[in-house]
Design a protein around this ligand. Structure first.
Ligand code: ADP
Length: 258
């Protein structure tokens, strides 16, 4: 048994269906403080559905989800859980909102746009932008940034409320291998140095196993949940690595992802 005081998220016998389609079948999973979890599975395997349940967005599930010991249905401290969606609303050039304003929304929702921000708020926005190397862009219109830059701003928006957990849904889709690698390195740094717990949702098994400490493999059922080493020693590494974009790193750990 794991030490329950260290458990941040517990999922017990979770099942979920859309209409007639069973999407999640009896999922059991524990995530501890300080874990860096790669949640992997092919397209359509239920990853986004699981994340939506974890975020309290789907409530019609069977089984139990607990954050910090509290059933998700009664959990109210959502600012502790940062989330960056894959399809984070991309802003087009016509939408007049600045980088700074988007990050401010992470503090007070849309009120962050209108609200008087105190010195501490401003300091937090400053730090969040610094963490993603976007401070120099704070006055820029979101619509003028590239997709990758916008995504860094969305990460700053998630970080500004100082979450204990950050859930990232397919953050490296459409990003070149070198940028993906430096992004994973940054996540790993936040995990080790700031103790932030990370859940990285991805179908990119090859690249992320260099960085994550735990792996969960989902395909309607949870086929594997354990340490990265156990995953690499299992035959699932082959199965889940199949048919997805893999950055080869079988030679050594310094092979560079590109
Ligand atoms: P993943 O994120 O791993 O790609 P999803 O959770 O998006 O998987 O989807 C899992 C399954 O649920 C798929 O078969 C998908 O077609 C189905 N699904 C997803 N969203 C809905 C929805 N809103 N209504 C009905 N079926 C859905």
């Amino acid at each position: 048994m794991e030490d329950s005081t260290n458990t941040l998220l517990e999922v017990n016998h979770l099942s979920f269906r859309y209409e007639s389609e069973l999407v999640l079948d009896d999922i059991n999973m524990n995530i501890n403080h300080g874990d860096f979890v790669g949640l992997v599975g092919p397209n359509g395997s239920g990853k986004s559905t699981l994340v939506r349940i974890l975020l309290g967005l789907h409530k019609q599930y069977r089984g139990e989800v607990r954050w910090f010991g509290t059933p998700a249905r009664h959990f109210h401290q959502w600012p502790k859980i940062g989330y960056v969606s894959q399809k984070a609303n991309r802003f087009n050039a016509g939408f007049p909102v600045t980088v700074y304003e988007v990050v401010a929304m992470g503090l007070y929702g849309k009120k962050g746009l209108l609200r008087f921000l105190n010195r501490k708020d401003k300091q937090r926005i400053h730090e969040a932008l610094e963490q993603v190397d976007m401070l120099g862009y704070k006055k820029k219109n979101m619509g003028r940034l590239s997709g990758g830059q916008q995504q860094r701003v969305f990460i700053a928006r998630a970080l500004v409320s100082d979450p204990e957990v950050l859930i990232l849904d397919e953050p490296t889709v459409g990003v070149d291998a070198a940028s993906a690698q430096s992004f994973y390195e940054r996540l790993s740094y936040w995990n080790r140095e700031k103790g932030i717990t990370l859940i990285l949702v991805t179908h990119d098994v090859g690249a992320m196993t260099k960085y994550v400490t735990k792996v969960a493999c989902l395909n309607q059922q949870l086929h594997f949940h354990g340490t990265t080493r156990e995953f690499e020693e299992s035959d699932l590494a082959g199965t889940y690595g199949h048919d997805v974009h893999i950055i080869h790193h079988e030679h050594d750990h310094h092979a560079g992802g590109a």
